[in-house]
Structure formats: C-alpha cells, structure tokens
Ligand binder design. Structure first.
Ligand code: ITT
Length: 179
C-alpha cells in the first residue's frame, strides 16, 4: 500500500509502525494541492478524493496539525505553511508572555481502498515549551512538551504516544484482515 506524503518524518514514523502490523508501505513522495478548509477531516478526505481520480490502487494520506488553545487553535489546518514560514521560533514569539501553553497535535488519515475513502484520527495533548529543545523528530517536535520532555527529546518514545501513532493504529487494525 502507498503512503503519499512530501514529509519524510511522517513516512518514517508510519513505516516503523506498519512493520509491527506486518503491513508493507511504500513511499510516494509527492506534494499535492490541499483544498482549503477548517477541519482536518474535510481537508484529508477531499485531498484523497482528488488523488483517487489519478491513482487507482490503494493509498493513504495524512493531514496533521498543531492546535494551540491560547491562539484559538492556530496554526491548526495551516500548520504546514506556518512551519515553513515562521517556524518554531515564530510560534514561540507568538506565545511570549502567554501563560496558557496548552496545545494538541491531531492527525487524520484518509485511506482509499480502491473504491471508497475512510478516515481515522488521533490526538495527543501537551504544552508549548518555553524554548526549543531536542534534535530528534521533525516539524514542531522541539516545541511540543509531552510531560517533561519535548517530542524532539523523546525520539522513538514519541511513536508510542503520538497523534500519528493513534491514528495509524486505528487504521492498521481496521485494514489488517483485508490484506
Ligand atoms: P504532506 O501534506 O505532504 O503529507 P506536510 O508536511 O505538508 O506533508 P501537513 O500538511 O499535514 O503535512 O502539515 C502538518 C504540519 O504539522 C507540518 O508542518 C508538520 O511538520 C507538522 N506536524 C505534523 N505532525 C507532526 C509531528 O508529529 N511532529 C511535529 N510536527 C508535526
């Protein structure tokens, strides 16, 4: 089965978990246009519908984002653009002086099984750190505190608890019988 994503970090995490389920996944490194929307579910589903017009074999995509409570859910569905522009330092600047650091990561997988699309989601709660910490992982990992460590300090342990892990586990358990 194919995982379509331009993000190597996402693929690495999915591949490691897929192996535990004896599912083989292949990376199709491709950037695709994401329709604008307010909900990750809607964006993931509509993106998969568009791709399914071209790719006929089973594939999945995953749309994820960081939602910061004090910023009313920003950057949320705009996480990719915000990461590429202001990045972790920009988020820390926006959060300067703000006491409520609560945030969550959410991932939505949209899976095309050759005829229809199904979605699976996962959420992990944490806080925005006061500074950039850790070198592992990718994206917002160095500023996302899970307990006392950031995801970028946790390394492999992140993959036991992350939003992606939860969504992938639901997904892999649901399709296991189909392969
Ligand atoms: P694709 O759409 O090609 O899959 P992308 O990086 O553009 O790749 P998204 O549109 O889903 O992915 O954007 C998600 C953003 O949130 C992106 O900037 C990621 O770096 C970040 N992100 C998602 N999951 C993350 C995680 O587990 N740790 C850190 N950052 C994460």
């Amino acid at each position: 089965m194919i995982f379509i994503t331009s993000n190597e970090g996402k693929f690495r995490e999915a591949k490691a978990l897929a192996e535990k389920f004896s599912i083989e996944i292949e990376w199709l490194r491709m950037e695709y246009e994401e329709p604008q929307g307010f909900e990750l579910e809607e964006i993931a589903k509509r993106s998969a519908e568009i791709i399914a017009n071209r790719i006929k074999e089973p594939f999945f995509i995953e749309d994820s984002g960081l939602f910061i409570e004090a910023l009313k859910g920003f950057p949320g569905p705009y996480s990719s653009y915000v990461f590429k522009t202001i990045g972790n330092e920009g988020i820390l600047k926006l959060m300067a002086g703000i006491e409520n650091r609560k945030a969550y990561f959410k991932a939505v997988i949209a899976y095309f099984d050759g005829s229809k699309i199904r979605t699976f989601d996962g959420v992990v709660y944490g806080e925005i750190a006061l500074e950039i910490r850790g070198e592992k992982g990718f994206g917002f990992d160095p500023i996302f505190l899970y307990g006392r460590q950031t995801f970028a300090e946790m390394g492999e342990e992140k993959n036991l608890v992350s939003h992606r892990r939860i969504a992938l586990e639901k997904f892999f358990s649901s399709i296991k019988g189909e392969f």
